[in-house]
Design a protein around this ligand. Structure first.
Ligand code: GLC
Length: 480
């Protein structure tokens, strides 16, 4: 678990850890952007609240963890199983050979965009390249890519998968984000085969072999440049693999950062300059590297314990795994609604991961969940989108709050499997002189309510209790 044991900076709840997931800490030193175009996009992004993340690569063919099984660290999430597991080299060779069988013939990103839109999601982040280095886009920098003739899917007219995903979601008005792994375990300039790789880090010391490292920097720059020039309008560059960072940015209070042996300065100023020249206002998310190039912070598989005053996003899996696994166990709709309302009331965004399988489609249950989440969002979206988190009232039992000018939303969440609301709901610490009206989103019936000082008692009529507009949570709109 030590990748997980990362010190959780105060305020981060280590909730719902899923076995192998790497825990990212939140940043201590958030820096607001100075570029007004970035600020504008950041606010636009904060308003949309809910996005889709997809981890997809050749690893889906084996139904194993994304990339990590080729990382020679003695950690649970790097475990190798199956017929090649006996020797590391045999395994790595077989893994890289997955390129020659990758053929997701059911690939249909319009279907995903539609399901995500109906769920109420408004942005997408897609793995253009994960740590294993396999490119889901048509890069000129390597032939370890989906469009190489060795890959059967290369003959498919939609073989440039990342481009197809971005176009399909953009056509549905999503904001578009490219997940890109800074580390690349296929590149001979990162895991230089002269030395066997022993950890997730380069197999050599960049300070001793600056030419090699410079080549790696150039390679990274070129790939990001391709993504920022040939893939249409991009909104987010989501950079993963926080151990690729300048040594002086290492936070020694964090286990996994303390273990970084070398300076791995990838020259973010140069990358960000180029990226924003091509994509004005682009959000750059250099995860865990606090400062100028981390436009928002990204707690992973966890929700901060309370309101945070700067932009943040929890990334979480709908199932247990970031990558496709055949027997997935999906979170209930009730749970997702609970997480989403926790996140939004604490001022963050939720980026929910669904993983495509080797055939190019999601599990059926993933569509079902998204559809149910969408039914809830159709009724309650007003309490979610374009709201602000609550630093004013404070969570009360089942209830969390969001705000808009002139209205506060009190969202009462159901217990799992219950789906019912008590006949009276009492809210305290309501700071408004005079509440003018209280209603329930999605309900026509009038509610009765009584304000006494800062206490507001809402009574829900019998008929409404019997026929509530949704199951998972109910939003009271308080106008004042
Ligand atoms: C964890 C996983 C990594 C994944 C990331 C997504 O760090 O180890 O593989 O891409 O989470 O947030």
């Amino acid at each position: 678990m030590s990748k997980v044991k990362t010190v959780l900076v105060a305020g981060l709840l280590g909730a719902c850890l899923t076995g192998k997931a790497q825990q990212h800490n939140t940043s201590k030193d958030y820096q607001w952007p100075k570029d007004s175009l970035v600020t504008r996009k950041l606010h636009q992004w904060q308003n949309v609240k809910f996005g889709l993340l997809m981890h997809w690569g050749t690893y889906s063919e084996w139904g194993v963890v994304e990339s990590w099984s080729i990382c020679p660290e003695d950690e649970g999430w790097c475990e190798r199983k199956g017929p090649y597991a006996e020797s590391y080299n045999t395994y790595l060779a077989a893994y890289e050979k997955l390129q020659t069988t990758f053929n997701p013939v059911l690939f249909n990103p319009q279907k995903w965009a539609k399901a995500a839109r109906q769920a109420g999601m408004k942005y997408v982040v897609f793995t253009t390249k994960h740590h294993d280095g396999f490119c889901m886009f048509d890069t000129d920098q390597t032939d370890y890519k989906v469009t190489d003739p060795k890959t059967p899917f290369s003959s498919n007219p939609r073989s440039n998968i990342a481009k197809e995903v971005f176009s399909a979601f953009r056509a549905d008005s999503f904001m578009i984000g490219a997940y890109f792994s800074k580390p690349d375990w296929h590149s001979n300039d990162y895991w230089w085969r002269y030395f066997p790789p022993q950890t997730r880090n380069p197999s050599y010391n960049p300070a001793k072999h600056p030419d090699k490292w410079n080549q790696f920097k150039q390679y990274t720059y070129n790939q990001i440049e391709e993504l920022m020039t040939d893939y249409g309008k991009m909104d987010i560059l989501w950079l993963d693999g926080g151990w690729v960072r300048p040594k002086n940015t290492i936070d020694t209070a964090v286990d996994w950062q303390r273990a970084i042996p070398y300076d791995q300065d990838i020259d973010m100023p140069n990358i960000a300059r180029m990226a924003r020249k091509n994509q004005p206002g682009l959000l750059v998310v250099d995860r865990t590297v606090s400062g100028e190039f981390e436009n928002y912070v990204t707690p992973e598989q966890s929700v901060p314990a309370g309101y945070l005053p700067y932009p943040w996003e929890s990334c979480m899996t709908l199932g247990d795994s970031w990558s496709y696994i055949p027997k997935e166990h999906f979170k209930s709709t009730n749970k997702v609604v609970h997480i989403l309302t926790d996140v939004v009331s604490r001022n963050g965004n939720l980026l929910l991961n669904v993983a495509p399988g080797p055939d190019g489609d999601w599990h059926t249950e993933a569509y079902e969940r998204l559809q149910e989440i969408g039914s809830w969002m159709t009724v309650n979206g007003e309490a979610i989108y374009n709201t602000q988190g609550d630093s004013l009232i404070g969570e009360q039992g089942h209830v969390v709050f969001t705000h808009k000018p002139g209205a506060t939303y009190a969202i009462y969440r159901s217990e799992e499997g219950k789906g019912s609301l008590p006949a009276t709901v009492t809210l305290t610490h309501i700071p408004y002189q005079q509440v003018k009206n209280v209603s329930m989103l999605g309900a026509k019936q009038k509610l009765t309510w009584k304000q006494e000082g800062q206490t507001l008692v809402i009574t829900i009529p019998e008929a409404l209790l019997k026929k509530l507009p949704c199951k998972e949570a109910w939003s009271f709109k308080i106008r004042y």
